[in-house]
Design a protein around this ligand. Structure first.
Ligand SMILES: Nc1ncnc2c1ncn2[C@@H]1O[C@H](COP(=O)(O)OP(=O)(O)OP(=O)(O)O)[C@@H](O)[C@H]1O
Length: 229
């Protein structure tokens, strides 16, 4: 899925005391790219991911996800857009009382039978290397394993776009490595485009392209070949 941001701005709060979280961001990402967003805390990375995912709308500008300008979506079409996007967050957001398999199946409940949800969950957990832990509760899994369950859950709608906000922020470097490998593999298997916010240069180095933000603007954009990673 190609992605194109055109002069996107986002302000929070009332005029006069507004925070300008994004100050005119334009960005082209080609289909199946794996792009890291870097930049200091408050530079606008999460805001950008939220706007692309349709969790919030821009103050001005366009956000083309494929042929659709997400900025103009409302109601049912906005919900449809969000369903097509796979979200992965720093906090794994798993339901503590449900097994890995049940957690992955939750988003499918309104749409399919229990047996179909179960089969699909198993397939996705196998893809992230957790076939052996279907019945584990989140509390019985390592942080890296919990994030892999969350990634499997993000894949239920077969997203063409994966948005990850600090997906390795709660992980040690070994688990971070595994999680990055899983993200790269599942994205490549679907030809999905990935936008991934991170503070970790090693994580960014695993992405093909690194976009750097400062104060709501893009101030750097390079392929990792240029950085030598
Ligand atoms: N809902 C909101 N209401 C008011 N201000 C907000 C809101 N969301 C973000 N901001 C502000 O917008 C700016 C950008 O925040 P954002 O969370 O996008 O930065 P970030 O680069 O993701 O930071 P971090 O690395 O800490 O996650 C900050 O000044 C932040 O305080």
């Amino acid at each position: 899925m190609d992605l194109r941001l055109e002069h996107v701005t986002k302000s929070f709060g009332a005029q006069g005391s507004a925070v300008e979280a994004l100050r005119g961001v334009s960005l082209d990402v080609s289909s199946a790219a794996l792009v890291a967003l870097m930049g200091a805390s408050g530079s606008g990375k999460s805001t950008l991911l939220h706007l692309v995912g349709g969790l919030d709308s821009p103050t001005s500008g366009s956000i083309w996800v494929g042929e659709v300008d997400v900025a103009g979506l409302r109601g049912r079409r906005l919900v449809q857009h969000r369903r097509r996007v796979g979200f992965v967050f720093q906090a794994f957001n798993l339901i503590p009382g449900l097994t890995a398999e049940e957690n992955v199946g939750v988003p499918l409940i309104p749409y399919t039978s229990a047996s179909t949800a179960k089969a699909r969950s198993r397939e996705l957990l196998a893809e992230v290397g957790l076939s052996e832990r279907l019945d584990a509760l989140p509390g019985q899994l390592s942080g890296g394993q919990q994030q892999r369950v969350a990634i499997a859950r993000a894949l239920v709608a077969d997203p063409a776009l994966i948005l990850a906000d600090e997906p390795t922020g709660n992980l040690d470097s070994e688990n971070a490595d595994t999680v990055m490998e899983v993200i790269a593999t599942v994205a490549a298997a679907r030809g999905a485009t990935v936008l991934l916010a991170t503070h970790d240069p090693e994580v960014a180095g695993r992405c093909g392209r690194v976009v750097t933000m400062r104060d709501g603007r893009i101030v750097g954009d390079r392929s990792t070949d240029d950085v030598g990673a």
